[in-house]
Write a protein that binds this ligand. Structure first.
Ligand code: RIB
Length: 301
């Protein structure tokens, strides 16, 4: 079983569905309101844990009821919460999501997620060092992201940096990560002067661009590789990228090569978007195997 650490955000998602998005000054009737567990970090941790990863989460929640429920949800998904701190100065993080025709738009309020400290990361040093892979995203302050990636780089620990939502980052930081996984729009924002092909050629076997139903692209050092997505009808795409990253981490640490790890991630993401909510549809390993699309040679335990 792979030992994984996810550093990042923990939130409650406040989700409404409607048949369109309101324009400025307009009030429309929606269909449904619900609260679900979210936060890109927590989502990636849950995705990995459901697929058999032994996952520890590093992050921060508020001392409110939401924070309590968020931690409980991690524990219910067999995630180690030793390094999830509860702070009093800010409420727990939240995301305010509108889902129209299965696609989402999100306003993220970091709250307690921004209160994570360098000392907290230092305290989790031995956890980071014992990890087969460390996953991090952009709903966490940049100085913490830099500290985690630099520590892992110095200790030779593999990292998956999912730059979502997109934020400008230094070239030096990208150089230190093992895998860098923007989606198409994040790629454009991060590399405005590069075409997709130029970007992938610049970072072979590192830059993995996820493009939803169009699949995943990377350069293997000799050529561009396209890994197709699994074709499904989405109910809610929220958390698809998080599911991909968590599952990709599980597959890599189980010893699959890059292409098979991406295929494994794609299948997990395809299953996840067939249910409502970021985490509700994230498959277990058993569900992956029962899907009829699981490749026997993946042999993940
Ligand atoms: O990636 C999806 C997640 O991002 C949601 O669960 C929400 O918390 C947002 O911030």
């Amino acid at each position: 079983m792979s030992n994984m650490t996810v550093v990042g955000s923990l939130s409650t998602d406040f989700v409404v569905t409607a048949d369109k998005r309101p324009t400025v000054g307009e009030t429309i009737f929606g269909e449904l309101f619900t609260t679900t567990f979210g936060g890109k970090g927590a989502n990636q941790a849950v995705a990995a844990a459901r697929l058999g990863g032994q996952v520890s989460m590093i992050g921060t929640v508020g001392s409110d009821l939401f924070g309590k429920e968020i931690v409980l949800n991690l524990e219910n998904n067999s995630i180690d919460t030793t390094f999830v701190e509860r702070v009093t100065q800010k409420p727990s993080g939240s995301a305010h999501i509108t889902v129209v025709d299965g696609d989402n738009s999100i306003i993220y309020i970091p709250g307690a997620n921004d209160e994570i400290t360098k000392e907290q990361i230092n305290l989790a040093q031995s956890q980071l060092e014992s990890s087969d892979v460390v996953i991090i995203q952009n709903e966490t302050p940049l100085d913490i992201i830099e500290q985690v990636i630099q520590t892992c780089f110095e200790k030779g620990i593999k990292t998956i940096y999912n730059p979502a939502p997109a934020k400008k980052v230094d070239q030096a930081l990208i150089d230190q990560v093992t895998y860098f996984t923007p989606n198409e729009s994040e790629f454009t924002l991060l590399f405005p002067t590069l075409t997709l092909s130029e970007g992938m050629a610049k970072y072979p076997n590192k830059l993995i661009v996820t493009m939803g139903s169009k699949g995943v692209y990377f350069n293997d050092g000799e050529k561009e590789v396209h890994v197709d997505s699994y074709k499904v009808t989405p109910i809610d795409t929220t958390g698809a990228g998080d599911t991909f990253n968590g599952a990709f981490g599980v597959a890599l640490t189980a010893g699959l090569d890059m292409i098979e790890s991406i295929r494994f991630g794609n299948l997990a993401a395809a299953l996840s978007i067939q249910k409502f909510g970021a985490q509700s549809g994230m498959p277990t390993l058993v569900e992956m195997k029962e899907s009829g699309l699981y490749e026997k040679e993946w042999n993940i335990k």
